[in-house]
Design a protein around this ligand. Structure first.
Ligand SMILES: Nc1nc2c(ncn2[C@@H]2O[C@H](COP(=O)(O)OP(=O)(O)O)[C@@H](O)[C@H]2O)c(=O)[nH]1
Ligand SMILES: [Mg+2]
Length: 236
């Protein structure tokens, strides 16, 4: 059997102190995965040396590409990375949260799934983040279940996505920032793509940098917006 091809998409922003070591650790983990992998670093808006370091990596390595956009936006970076991904599968990782083991296990489910989510909330998961963050993930998921009748347990984090899902669903996704991947999963679920989940151990490799509280109003507004757009589409 030919090995599957997988493009790893990693949004990066102000990661100068962390990037090179993390890419080395990722490369070592990928060596143990039974797939042909390439890496896309999607950078935008960094004000430290991240872009220069990422450009050096891309110049040295044939399997690593850098995409640069002007303004800081996690979702916009992810979107451009997914669009550029050439593999049969794309997987989204953070530079401080990735797992070759997850990728290997997810590929093992690939015959019966179009998306495999690393769920921080599935039975068997071990979420070692702060209680506050765990609560945030739980409340967010409750809202998705209520507002979208979604049956997935976690939309945000590592996920393996079949290229056909990206081609078919991503053009309709209008969310940016940290809601892009959630909207992609909700739309894929609505459109009948098969979604599987794998439990994971979540241990952040450094302290969280973004303010959770600041995200809340933006996230709620964003979810209501997605709900209305999807309702309108369903009524057509
Ligand atoms: N391209 C891009 N990447 C971002 C942005 N904000 C965060 N990231 C990346 O997204 C990933 C998760 O960021 P992190 O700060 O660890 O988020 P947290 O764990 O949710 O607090 C890392 O790879 C970051 O470099 C952004 O504005 N643009
Ligand atoms: Mg993080």
């Amino acid at each position: 059997m030919p090995r599957p091809t997988v493009t790893i998409v990693i949004p990066i922003h102000n990661e100068a102190g962390f990037l090179v070591g993390a890419v080395e650790r990722l490369t070592a983990e990928l060596a143990a995965v039974d797939a042909d992998c390439d890496i896309i670093l999607a950078e935008n808006g960094s004000t430290d040396g991240t872009a220069g370091l990422a450009a050096d990596l891309a110049a040295r390595r044939g399997d690593l590409t850098l995409i640069r956009l002007p303004d800081p936006d996690y979702g916009a970076a992810m979107r451009s990375g997914f669009r550029a991904a050439g593999g049969e599968w794309a997987v989204n990782f953070d530079i401080d949260y990735f797992s070759g083991e997850f990728l290997q296990q997810a590929l093992g489910l690939a015959a019966g799934a179009d998306i495999v989510l690393a769920s921080k909330r599935a039975t068997g998961s071990d979420d070692r983040r702060s209680r506050f963050r765990r609560m945030g993930t739980m409340v967010f998921n409750r809202i998705l279940r209520w507002l979208f009748r979604s049956s997935v347990s976690d939309t945000h984090g590592m996920k393996l996505i079949r290229r056909e899902v990206i081609t078919s669903v991503l053009p309709l996704v209008t969310s940016t920032k940290d809601l892009l991947d959630t909207e992609l999963v909700l739309r894929a679920e609505r459109d009948g793509f098969r979604i599987a989940e794998l439990p994971v151990v979540v241990e952040e490799q450094r302290d969280a940098r973004s303010s959770y509280l600041k995200r809340v109003p933006r996230t709620l507004r964003g979810l209501v917006g997605i709900r209305f757009r999807m309702w309108q589409e369903d009524r057509r």
